[in-house]
Write a protein that binds this ligand. Structure first.
Ligand code: NAD
Ligand code: UDP
Length: 313
């Protein structure tokens, strides 16, 4: 009776595949829509036999017609190397993808959740970052296609809510990691683990003193589902992330220690507009969703290292 039909755009990606899995476990009917740009069929292969799971290869730049009760909009490349590969398409995916999924939510009277990002804060001057901080974003740099695309998507979500009464939820995801990241993903956790396991040099960009807060994917997915099912008048935006804060040098040393690797650290140029610091204030999520992450960086890395070990050793 309580089975909901749920559309997950970007469902064959890293976070999306974990979300589809959890929603199926909870007894829902899940439609996964993905153009497989960075997503992979392997991420959802184990779900294909489930009669309540459907995969549709579709680009959210095209109109989306699916009957559903809830929509999680995750379609968008997330790693800097992937979103900078075709920056014009990245901007379109965020903006046109938001318009198409919001239009669908309006027609179906579905509740819709946007996977926004800590990148809306840019290179933050306020630390840690609460939701009330409006950010410090370069509008025309190499990261702008992603940052400004996601900011415009948030604007569209709130305008559809104000103008058409669409039932929206907006989460701002901070750096999330775990099994099913791609080994060629380019993001720091997968890069360091893969480099350590292969005995390659660990590539530290800049002096390695920049900080990030790393959330294990299971914690994030639990928060996403709580947000989707939260009280109707709570739209967010709400930060979802783990407030533990680490420099990239600390992360590299931890990965080397945990893998027993002989890899050496090398310093490469810091990419343009790379944020110097990032850490979420999660008081709002704690209060409204009764959510906080429970997986420590060591525990999460252990599971992620095990995943990559099976694939690349
Ligand atoms: P990912 O690249 O693994 O997943 C993105 C998915 O979207 C992929 O399966 C990709 O093929 C699909 N996609 C891309 N463009 C599409 C299009 N035009 N039409 C249909 N599908 C398309 O990345 P992820 O880490 O799983 O990120 C998922 C979402 O969460 C993204 O929206 C990302 O911006 C957001 N997010 C992630 C993080 C993080 O740390 N992982 C942080 C902040 C926000
Ligand atoms: N980084 C690094 N070496 C790598 C990949 C990334 O030092 O091989 C740094 C990067 O410069 C950034 C941080 O790690 O400061 C996180 O990068 P990632 O691409 O994972 O996420 P984002 O910058 O989007 O938070």
């Amino acid at each position: 009776m309580n089975r909901k039909r749920i559309l997950v755009t970007g469902g064959a990606g890293f976070i999306g595949s974990h979300l589809c899995e959890k929603l199926l476990e909870q007894g829902n009917d899940v439609v996964c829509m993905d153009n497989l740009f960075t997503g992979q069929k392997d991420n959802i292969r184990h779900l294909m036999e489930n009669p309540y799971f459907e995969f549709i290869r579709h680009d959210v730049l095209e109109d989306v017609y699916v009957e559903c009760d809830q929509i999680y909009n995750l379609a968008c490349p997330a790693s800097p190397i992937h979103y900078q590969y075709d920056p014009i398409k990245t901007g379109k995916t965020s903006i046109i993808g938001a318009l198409h999924t919001l239009g669908l939510a309006k027609r179906c009277h579905a509740r819709i959740l946007q996977a926004s990002t800590s990148e809306v804060y840019g290179d933050p001057e306020i630390h840690p970052q609460p939701e009330s901080y409006r950010g410090c974003v370069n509008p025309n740099g190499v990261r702008s296609c992603y940052d400004e695309g996601k900011r415009m998507a948030e604007t569209l979500f709130f305008d559809y809510h104000r103008q058409h009464g669409v039932d929206i939820k907006v989460i701002r995801i901070f750096n999330t990691y775990g099994p099913r990241m791609r080994s060629d993903d380019g993001r720091v956790v997968s890069n360091f683990i893969v480099q350590a396991l292969r005995g390659d040099d660990i590539t530290i960009y800049g002096d390695g003193k920049q900080t990030r807060s790393f959330c294990y994917v299971d914690d994030l997915v639990a928060g996403m589902i709580r947000m989707m099912n939260s009280r109707a008048d709570f739209t967010g935006p709400v930060n979802l992330g783990n407030p533990g804060e680490f420099t990239m040098l600390q992360l590299a040393k931890l990965v080397i220690e945990m893998t027993g690797s002989g890899s050496k650290l090398v310093h490469l140029q810091l990419p343009q507009d790379d944020p110097a610091q990032r850490k979420p204030v999660i008081e709002l999520a704690e209060k409204e969703l009764d959510w906080r992450p429970s997986v420590s960086l060591e525990e999460g890395l252990e599971k992620t290292i095990a995943y990559f070990k099976e694939r690349i050793c």
